[in-house]
Design a protein around this ligand. Structure first.
Ligand code: 5GP
Length: 204
């Protein structure tokens, strides 16, 4: 039975990375897709763990060879999801989560219309700015650019199946765990999981 594909999108600073990390701990059956990016690693990030860090010519070469399911330019850097790897994982039945922006989400939905979209919102714009500044990893210029981008990103919230407002992290994590659990209970998934039982119902 194919795995479920989850797309998680949020403006940066909404707490997406913390939430996704929490989900992976609470639910080891969900795995994270590791994207390609041309942005520089932040302190503590490792190649092959948070991202595959590549330079622009390498990114363009991979893209032009058709290696990517989707790609987008976000905050002046390129990001992309590997096509073959993701197809294989879903076909092998592994529930896989993409942490991508709204542009990537739109492209992925074309190939995987049954993907479950989750949008994570900050409680307010003021709180978002405070979180971006508190992180201390990005310059003022990067923060201003990201705040501007956040509004644009949030305009796409209606394209997602579920919306989680990350006011309190524990509550938001419970919400995300609940979404994953609910997705596994959708009829097509249950049908494939218990074919004998459902087929029995169709007999006279
Ligand atoms: P960051 O640089 O903070 O890790 O990520 C910046 C933005 O790029 C986030 O909105 C994140 O969701 C998005 N992003 C990360 N990986 C991908 C990807 O593979 N494809 C797309 N379209 N966006 C991505």
């Amino acid at each position: 039975m194919p795995g479920t594909l989850f797309i998680v999108t949020a403006p940066s600073g909404a707490g997406k990375t913390t939430l996704v990390r929490g989900l992976l701990q609470r639910d080891p059956r969900v795995q994270l897709s590791i994207s390609y990016t041309t942005r520089a690693p932040r302190p503590g990030e490792q190649d092959g763990r948070e991202y595959h860090f590549v330079d622009v010519p390498t990114f363009r070469a991979l893209r032009d060879r058709g290696e990517f399911l989707e790609w987008a330019e976000v905050h002046g850097n390129y990001y992309a999801t590997s096509k073959v790897w993701l197809r294989d994982q879903i076909a092998a039945g592994r529930d896989t989560l993409l942490e991508i922006d709204w542009q990537g989400a739109q492209q992925v939905r074309k190939s995987f219309p049954e993907a479950v979209g989750v949008f994570i919102m900050p409680p307010s714009m003021e709180e978002l700015e405070a979180r971006l500044r508190g992180r201390g990893t990005d310059s003022d210029e990067v923060i201003s650019r990201r705040l501007l981008g956040a509004r644009g990103e949030m305009r796409h919230v209606a394209e997602f199946d579920y919306v989680i407002i990350n006011n309190e992290i524990d509550v938001a994590l419970d919400d995300l765990v609940a979404v994953v659990r609910a997705a596994r209970l959708r009829y097509p998934n249950q049908h494939q999981r218990h074919p004998d039982f459902f087929d029995f119902l169709e007999q006279d």
